[in-house]
Design a protein around this ligand. Structure first.
Ligand code: XIL
Length: 376
């Protein structure tokens, strides 16, 4: 499975495969999932794809929920515990206890693990921009926020989201980069710096650039795809140790004819990424349904179609190695409480695969069907 390419000075470039880390390796996680053929993970394993979910450490008291996750998954992602605003309350503190709990659960249940996210404009601890104002101070803080989590979990993460949502052409900045504290203080090379530091601290993890709004057949999304590809080419030219792209897949516009999903357009984008030697992870799949009709059968069928259509294309593509849903049940979906993404009519969100009682919905069966019918 492992084919690390030597490149640049003093690091290996895992771009034509990915290293099996210690802990639960990809092969072990897939083998374990094959013993559960009638589950999402089992069906995905038949195509050599990991399937899993995010999990919040504060929801781990619910034993029935953990049982569902252990059954249906082969990869697990701490949903919030590895964001700096969660583990780094003050300059002298790195609290990996909550993330340790999630990763230990993964290991005990033979699930691979994935780290999310080292560098995200939206999870910078509030004290950082208030107290660190010099470029060198910011650079040191960025290095700490990358190096400490990578070192702590070294050998146990199948992949790490090194940077999250760094492209935003609407901001009008060079390279289509998003306006952020890191860009402002460290400059555009903060992305390169984060990847090099992550690779040094955890050489076996597949290093990922995670992005949103690249899924639809619409000029806004096309502009984003072009900017993402340009950034990837620049990183590769600079011999940055990037191994994969995460495509978040919060399918919030499907069902509103404004943003259609065209399989050939999405598939072309996956191939453009694969042509650069990179793997692909569908990293945060769900359907924010705040603008969808309240009627449950109607809403459920839109959610199911959105998920099925995207998964069929993704699971058919040879570069896709993992599919992760952002919570596997409506009971614990972020969309129930997010200030922007919750429904304004007071109805519960139904944007994941299992309902609040953790019973499979149409979306679950659409996912199973997409995995079964995927051409690979
Ligand atoms: C979300 C979590 O699900 C919420 O619980 C939290 O309050 C905010 O972050 N894109 C990402 C994820 O990359 O990290 C976000 O997760 C959802 C959008």
């Amino acid at each position: 499975m492992c084919a690390a390419l030597a490149a640049g000075a003093g690091f290996a470039l895992p771009r034509s495969g990915w290293a099996d880390p210690a802990g639960i390796s990809v092969a072990e996680a897939l083998d374990a999932a094959r013993e559960r053929p009638n589950t999402l993970a089992g069906r995905a394993a038949r195509k050599n794809i990991l399937f899993g979910t995010s999990l919040n450490h504060w929801d781990m008291e619910d034993a029935a929920y953990l049982a569902v996750i252990a059954r249906e998954s082969s990869i697990l992602v701490p949903e919030n515990a590895l964001k700096a605003n969660q583990y780094r309350a003050s300059p002298d503190r790195f609290d990996f206890g909550p993330a340790d709990k999630v990763i230990a659960f993964a290991t005990e249940n033979k699930l691979a693990a994935r780290g999310h996210t080292l560098c995200w404009f939206n999870s910078i601890p509030p004290w950082v921009p208030k107290t660190i104002t010099s470029p060198e101070g910011a650079r040191q803080e960025l290095l700490a926020e990358v190096t400490e989590p990578c070192r702590h979990f070294a050998g146990r993460m199948q992949s790490w989201d090194v940077v999250n949502e760094v492209v935003r052409p609407d901001d009008g900045l060079p390279l289509g980069l998003r306006q952020s504290y890191w860009l402002d203080k460290v400059g555009p090379d903060y992305i390169d710096l984060a990847f090099f530091a992550a690779h040094e601290a955890d050489p076996s993890a597949l290093l990922t650039l995670n992005e949103m709004d690249v899924e639809y057949d619409h000029p806004y999304f096309e502009t984003k795809r072009v900017a993402v590809l340009a950034l990837l080419k620049r990183l590769i030219a600079n011999k940055v140790p990037i191994g994969a792209v995460g495509i978040q897949s919060h399918l919030q516009y499907v069902g509103l004819s404004k943003f259609p999903f065209t399989p050939s357009v999405f598939s072309r984008f996956l191939s453009d990424i694969a042509d650069l030697g990179l793997k692909i992870i569908i990293s945060e799949l769900d359907v924010p349904d705040r603008n969808l009709p309240g009627d449950v059968p109607e809403r459920d069928s839109i959610v199911a179609k959105s998920i099925g259509d995207l998964l069929f294309v993704a699971a058919s593509h040879p570069a896709v190695i993992a599919i992760v849903t952002w919570a596997i049940t409506d009971r614990y979906s972020w969309m129930q409480h997010d200030p922007i993404f919750h429904r304004k009519d007071g109805l519960a969100s139904r944007g994941t695969l299992l309902d609040e009682q953790m019973i499979p919905k149409t979306a679950y069966w659409a996912a199973i069907q997409a995995l079964d019918q995927a051409r690979r």
